[in-house]
Design a protein around this ligand. Structure first.
Ligand code: GLA
Length: 699
């Protein structure tokens, strides 16, 4: 799949090819079609050529992959090809996220003309998922320091200009909405600069025309940036990597800087991309797809989860069928609201009970305790801040602003990182939870630190954070860790390398959730998304919805609960319990199946499916947005197989059986489903959506 022959190298991904060609000591890179040497006219029209690596100095005035200054501020960046080879991957430890299971890759080596900087560019293909992972290794081979001003990870120059871009944009409680734009001449930027991959713009972007779909993503959680630069000559350059905003990374003589890894996934349609991306992530980023049924007490009791409440709540959660009862924010120190105590991770015995009392309560029960932490944070009002104000990130004059009354810890300070790692490790060992939720609830504003500097701080921060997460996970191998950042503020491949499941969003309103899950599962597997049924009216939107719709929506991911079971009726508890049984029956199919989405005309109906690899069974979520005549189409089945459909009803009651229909019929003609939605109690439902789950099995 990687061949080097004379001046040409090819990475063959079955349906897509990257073709590299050396012309005049530069590496040209084109997708699928070989660059025609006849089109190479000379150096002074570089803005026409598809290049593997762009930088200042080549008369290429599109956006560059890298920009590096020498000690005098001169950009000595004319990189020339030196050699290339097929290489085996080097050993990568888990203190920084990367794609696992690398096989052979293509390494291209360049040096600048003054022979002071060496750049090695790596491309590792993953055939099954049609994905290529790429990164750069930049080494100072001169005598003086150099300064990296932009170090992005991956570039692809596409021919033509008829592209569309899909980004995943949002805000708190409404993350990763699918957003489409036509790419026009000029520069399109998708980025974050808040110190996290962000709820605003997820790092993933899809660039496509009618025939080629390419999803770009970054295995990193800090500030990211993608640029799509389309010029008047109809060339379209895509770049992805760390955000260069404020970047100024000093690399001394003989030192090397390695960029985070970026990946590009190829396909011929959105559904193709979705499945290739899911396979790539499941096989090469995640550690596991196993996860318990979580009951999280946050929306049930917020900061009031004391010993008069939680034992009753956990008993009901146990009866209903949850495996973990999560003590969310408020179990420690004097934290009874959001103003205090982050950093003081000692059990508040007066409020929650002693360690022994807690142990006793969970003894002989199937449900086990889980614990919430916000490891990276410190409250201004805390013992930790009193004793170690220097652990909190501030500006160089010691000034700071608070967000949610808290500051971020300077994890780059090794003493601070060690202190907080040990403190959390001790709390985990004392409390003995089977599950930990790792939250992050403020964004960066100041980051002056003795241990790093402005232009590199965010990168250094993530190196320390990843190291700390890895260490805590290694020290507690039997604990399941779930990621969270005010919900989905850090839903990215960097976090997923450690946290195989992330709390998708604080937005638990069923309609909003459909939009969030729609965008999230465009890129990330269903198994990575944790979805909880919350109460009605919803706490974020105030809208009422039926239990049935809330349960159906939460089913397509890691199902859990977040509602106050003490206030729910017996009927509701029985329905939740039944639904958990239903979910467990189909969980493997939902989480491991291939995912196909049908979008009805006029955005009036969507059908989300998980289809088994052998196409013998499938499960679909139908979401209808109005009450008009509706046809649901079911994609991803075997056209020649005959199937029967059963529509899941509330309470696991009898299902409707449709006559046998072929996969082809179900995909092209579909089934009229309008009548099914009228059965739902619309008075209960202010959402304006209705949902049904359909199980389809080969006859
Ligand atoms: C964040 C999380 C919530 C909850 C609160 C606790 O907002 O997303 O699920 O844990 O913090 O403060």
């Amino acid at each position: 799949m990687i061949q080097i022959k004379n001046e040409t190298a090819i990475i063959d991904l079955i349906h897509h090819k990257l073709i590299f060609k050396i012309i005049s000591n530069r590496v040209f890179l084109s997708l699928n079609k070989e660059f025609d040497e006849k089109d190479y006219i000379g150096e002074d029209i570089y803005h026409l050529y598809p290049l593997a690596l762009s930088s200042f100095g080549h008369l290429d005035y599109r956006e560059h992959l890298i920009d590096i200054a020498d000690i005098n501020g001169y950009f000595s960046n004319r990189f020339l090809f030196k050699k290339w080879e097929v290489v085996k991957p080097v050993f990568q430890d888990d203190n920084f996220p990367h794609s696992r299971n690398k096989n052979e890759g293509l390494m291209i080596e360049y040096e600048n003309e003054s022979n002071s900087i060496r750049v090695r560019q790596y491309f590792y293909p993953y055939l099954k998922s049609e994905t290529i992972v790429s990164y750069l290794e930049i080494t100072n081979i001169g005598k003086e320091d150099i300064y990296l001003k932009r170090t992005m990870s991956l570039q692809l120059d596409l021919s033509g200009s008829d592209y569309e871009i899909t980004t995943f944009t949002g805000k708190w409680a409404a993350e990763r909405h699918i957003t489409k734009n036509k790419i026009n001449r000029g520069i399109f930027k998708n980025s974050s600069m808040c110190g996290a991959s962000s709820a605003f713009n997820n790092p993933a972007i899809l660039v496509n025309n009618d025939s080629n779909y390419i999803l770009f993503n970054l295995i990193y959680s800090g500030n990211h940036m993608s640029l799509v630069d389309q010029n008047f000559e109809n060339t379209t350059r895509v770049l992805i990597g760390m955000n260069d905003y404020m970047e100024n990374i000093k690399v001394a003589s003989n030192e090397t800087f390695i960029t985070p890894e970026a990946c590009m996934t190829f396909g011929c349609s959105e559904n193709d991309i979705r499945n290739h991306s899911h396979h790539f992530i499941k096989d090469n980023i995640l550690k596991t797809t196993n996860f318990p049924i979580v009951f999280n007490a946050w929306e049930a009791a917020y900061f009031n989860l004391d010993k008069t409440i939680w034992p009753r709540l956990s008993s009901i959660a146990n009866r209903v069928g949850a495996n973990v009862f999560v003590f969310d924010d408020g179990w420690f120190s004097t934290r009874n609201d959001e103003t205090t105590s982050l950093g003081d991770w000692d059990l508040n015995e007066d409020k929650v009970g002693s360690k022994e009392e807690i142990e006793e309560e969970f003894k002989n029960k199937k449900i086990k305790p889980g614990l919430w932490f916000e490891p990276e944070m410190i409250s201004e009002k805390s013992k930790l801040f009193q004793n170690h104000p220097e652990y909190a990130l501030k500006d160089p004059n010691g000034n700071y602003i608070l967000m949610r009354h808290q500051l971020i810890l300077d994890l780059v300070n090794p003493e601070c990182r060690e202190y907080i790692t040990n403190k959390i490790d001790k709390a985990i060992k004392d409390f003995n939870p089977i599950y930990v939720k790792w939250d992050f609830n403020r964004l960066f504003s100041d980051f002056s630190s003795e241990y790093s500097y402005g232009g590199k701080y965010i990168y250094d921060y993530y190196c320390s954070l990843y190291r700390m997460a890895n260490e805590l996970m290694n020290r507690n191998p039997n604990v399941v860790f779930e990621g969270c950042a005010s919900g989905g503020t850090r839903f990215d491949l960097g976090m997923l390398f450690y946290f195989s499941v992330i709390w998708t969003s604080d937005g638990t309103d069923a309609k909003e959730r459909v939009a969030i899950q729609d965008g999230t599962s465009f890129v990330y597997p269903l198994s990575t998304q944790s979805n909880h049924v919350s109460c009605s009216p919803n706490h974020q939107t105030g809208l009422k919805s039926s239990l049935f719709d809330r349960m159906n929506v939460a089913t397509f991911g890691q199902f859990g609960l977040e509602l106050n079971l003490l206030k729910e009726s017996k009927t509701t508890l029985a329905e939740l319990s039944n639904h958990i049984k239903f979910y467990l029956k189909y969980r493997d199919l939902i989480l491991s199946g291939d995912n196909y989405v049908y979008r009805g005309e006029g955005e009036s109906i969507n059908v989300y499916g998980s289809i088994s690899e052998d196409k013998k069974e499938a499960i679909y979520l139908i979401v209808s947005y109005d009450e008009k005549y509706k046809v649901a189409k079911f994609l991803g089945l075997d056209p020649n197989k005959k199937y029967h459909l059963s529509f899941h009803k509330q309470n696991n009651a009898d299902s409707d059986i449709f006559p046998e229909l072929t996969g082809e019929y179900l995909e092209t003609r579909g089934v009229v489903v309008s009548s099914l939605f009228r059965e739902n109690d619309r008075d209960e439902n202010e959402l304006g959506i209705s949902t049904r789950i359909v199980y389809i099995k080969e006859k």
